[in-house]
Design a protein around this ligand. Structure first.
Ligand SMILES: *Cc1c(COP(=O)(O)O)cnc(C)c1O
Length: 429
């Protein structure tokens, strides 16, 4: 459905294009023509300060010269080759670096093209681990409510049952186990009761469970919830006690967003399998990875068929690997820890006044993530243009208005974002 004010491109889009989680008539839609630093440039000439980092990804801002040069160099050499039977330096170097920077004990990396696939691979690793050990009955997953792990069927089955539309897809989704989400906030002291529900499920179903999967410290798209590191330490012990694998989905939390390199680093805990994606290439190209511990790798190598049974066509794409290596260079050389800590302080201070607004249920901040949770879901057809009017790109979903800006954002720009959030949220009361 086109509107009188739609440009030609928007009208063409409406006839032929799907957008994420939106009907073809969804309104509004903005044409973006360029992105540089922390700014998106719209076709009508307006510039928006980006509060979303293109879904957690553009941590260094858009068009960073170090990443662009690396991608251009790689483009001239070899944009892509198959990874079956061939290897190349950008991929090997990236896998070495990911193993070196990840929590200890993770030894081998599988490169793929999106976060959902990285989680699929993690799930496959867990199932194949138990098959290799002759324990096919270990075929279920245990997770917590409020999670988000991707949009493919295996990953959807471990997303929050409500947000993940489990009722809608009831007949085609595998049946996994859901504990309540961690009830302790990030700064709370962890207590045994915070994990009691998960513990009960683990004890009852231990002989069916292949792995526990969850997002460490920050639950992203499933509810933007931050929980205490002590929960993860206890969970690691419980998994060891019950001989169940532990998978951390760090696709949103990885590469500094929470103030530490990985969410797991808040707790000093290592999972058996770790997924990364999103910010891996600094938001330039699609790439994700699944890292596995020596225990998992050895069991799979020692079982039948001895290989991890997965292999995407564009696995280890050299352009994407070059971008990822360049982004990791920046994480080594740029003061991101200081930047994220500063963003955390400023978001906490500047969003605090939202607490007293009638529409607001909760305000929480961790690292470079600021969340204003409302009592009622927002009307996107009203709220989205309101943010654009204020010169910022903020894309709420449901009851959550949130920002995770690029780490390089300047104070003046961050202030525009928090002012826009405060002003739009006050207008909802
Ligand atoms: C975004 C996300 C995914 C899925 O990644 P895609 O690249 O969108 O497939 C999985 N897990 C978490 C925690 C995510 O934030």
């Amino acid at each position: 459905m086109s509107r009188p004010s739609d440009s030609d491109l928007i009208a063409r889009d409406r006839r032929r294009v799907w957008h994420p989680y939106a009907p073809p008539s969804a309104y509004p839609l903005f044409e973006v023509v360029a992105a540089k630093g922390v700014r998106l440039q719209l076709a009508d000439g307006r510039e928006l300060i980006d509060g979303m980092s293109s879904w957690w990804a553009a941590i260094h801002g858009y068009g960073h010269p170090h990443i662009e040069v690396a991608v251009r160099d790689q483009l001239e050499r070899m944009p892509h080759v198959m990874f079956g039977g061939l290897t190349h330096e950008p991929a090997v170097r990236l896998c070495e670096r990911l193993v070196a920077m990840a929590p200890t004990g993770l030894e081998r990396t599988f490169l793929c093209d999106s976060g959902s696939v990285a989680v699929e691979v993690a799930i496959k690793l867990a199932f194949q681990y138990w098959l290799s050990l002759g324990r096919p009955e270990r075929s279920r997953l245990l997770t917590v409510r409020g999670g988000y792990h991707g949009d493919t069927f295996a990953t959807m089955a471990v997303c929050d049952p409500v947000n993940g539309m489990h009722d809608f897809f009831r007949d085609v989704l595998p049946d996994h186990l859901f504990a309540e989400r961690p009830t302790c906030r990030y700064h709370d002291t962890f207590e045994e009761r915070h994990i009691a529900d998960l513990m009960r499920l683990l004890e009852t179903h231990r002989d069916e469970i292949a792995a526990v999967i969850l997002e460490p410290i920050v639950q992203g798209a499933g509810g933007m919830w931050f929980y205490a590191p002590g929960y993860l330490r206890r969970l690691r012990d419980l998994c060891d006690e019950h001989d169940v694998l532990l998978i951390f989905d760090e696709i949103a939390t990885g590469f500094g967003r929470t103030g530490r390199l990985f969410g797991a680093d808040h707790a000093g805990v290592s999972p058996d399998v770790l997924c990364v994606g999103k910010a891996l290439t600094g938001g330039t190209l699609s790439l994700a990875a699944t890292l596995a511990s020596g225990r998992v790798c050895d069991a799979i190598a020692g079982g039948q068929p001895g290989a991890l049974m997965h292999g995407p066509t564009f696995m280890a794409n050299p352009l994407a690997c070059a971008a990822a290596n360049a982004s990791l260079d920046l994480l080594e050389t740029e003061p991101w820890r200081k930047q994220v800590a500063h963003i955390e302080t400023e978001l906490a201070r500047q969003l605090a006044p939202c607490r007293s607004l009638g529409a607001v249920a909760d305000v929480r901040v961790l690292g470079a993530i600021g969340v204003v949770e409302l009592h009622e879901p927002v009307d996107m057809s009203v709220v989205q243009p309101a943010f654009v009017e204020q010169g910022v790109w903020i894309r709420p979903f449901g009851k959550l208005v949130y920002t995770m800006p690029p780490f390089v954002i300047a104070d003046e720009d961050l202030a525009v974002i928090t002012k826009a959030i405060t002003s739009v949220v006050s207008s909802l009361a």
